[in-house]
Design a protein around this ligand. Structure first.
Ligand code: GUN
Length: 296
């Protein structure tokens, strides 16, 4: 058996298309244009690429993009003042502070300064608490993208055994909350879980988000399971730079029922969900109905 490949690139293009349609309608019917502000502090090369891609995608769906690039030595007070200014700006519906921040800045303090209603990353402690208690919140983009693909593939997720490998605040923990919200039986495993292979083999849905290249191998996958690979690891093989996931694709794909590839799986969904969250934030800010199918 060979798994169905879940095409995240096509899925993300579809989500961006839906967002663009909603944005056009907001403009035509209400004269409203959603706006996303992205703050980049310093010169981290990977972060610069992410921010550039976010800007291009934001413009492409018809939203306003506000980019704020600050020097690496920017002080905390200055950064907090910028966030206050964006919180107060009615043209800004979403605020994203690109992580990681330079070492002298306290990320938690900075993130928690963002108005939770504009926190399109879903990292503010209020949004974490709202998600954990099953209330309406802003949901982190990567797990939201995974949930959308899982719902599309399975229809209802209720009763399925889900194993999330990885316990990060950005992916593992919110992913587990979202799967619980859809009535899965959820296990959070991690690099120190005892007999990880046996735990993984119980999964109807296996989400790999540990950040270890090709750690999840085919023998750890239940036949027919859906495997979602959140990992993006740059490795060198045979003298060549290569991008691999947390799943050993070749061995997992012959056992799984469905699998996301790397690249072209979860990755493209993250920016698409950032745009979906910005649209959702804009609708909420204006007392309008939320876009269907684009929220948790
Ligand atoms: N850096 C890497 N991933 C992310 C993300 O999802 N959000 C933010 N703000 N920074 C990141």
């Amino acid at each position: 058996m060979t798994a169905k490949v879940i095409d995240g690139k096509a899925f993300a293009a579809n989500v961006r298309g839906q967002v663009a349609t909603h944005v056009a309608r907001l403009k035509a019917d209400h004269g409203i244009q959603p706006g996303l502000a992205v703050v980049l502090v310093g010169e981290d090369p990977a972060s610069k690429v992410y921010v550039k891609n976010k800007h291009a995608s934001t413009i492409e769906v018809g939203m306003n993009s506000f980019e704020h690039r600050l020097p690496a030595e920017t002080g905390e007070a200055e950064l907090l003042a910028l966030i206050d200014q964006l919180n107060a700006d009615p043209a800004v519906h979403g605020i994203l502070v690109q992580l990681p921040l330079p070492g002298h800045l306290n990320s938690e303090l900075v993130i928690n300064r963002i108005d939770p209603a504009k926190d399109v990353d879903g990292f503010h402690i209020s949004n974490v608490g709202l998600l954990g208690t099953g209330q309406k919140s802003m949901v982190p983009c990567t797990p939201l993208g995974c949930l959308m693909m899982l719902r599309d593939h399975h229809g209802k997720l209720a009763g399925l055994n889900a194993v999330v490998v990885g316990r990060s605040n950005i992916v593992g923990k919110p992913m587990a909350q979202l799967l619980l919200g859809d009535s899965c039986t959820v296990t959070i495993a991690h690099s120190r879980t005892k007999d990880l292979a046996e735990v993984c083999r119980r999964a109807d849905i296996l989400v790999a988000a540990v950040g270890r290249p090709e750690m999840i191998t085919g023998d750890m996958v239940r036949p027919g399971a859906t495997v979602i690979d959140v990992g993006i690891n740059r490795i060198e093989r045979d003298g060549k730079a290569k991008l691999v996931g947390d799943v050993h694709y070749e061995s997992a794909a012959v056992v799984a029922g469905a699998i996301t590839p790397v690249p072209g799986g979860v990755g493209p969904m993250t920016i698409a969900c950032l745009l979906a969250n910005t649209l959702t934030a804009c609708c909420r800010a204006n007392g309008l109905a939320e876009p269907e199918g684009l929220t948790a």
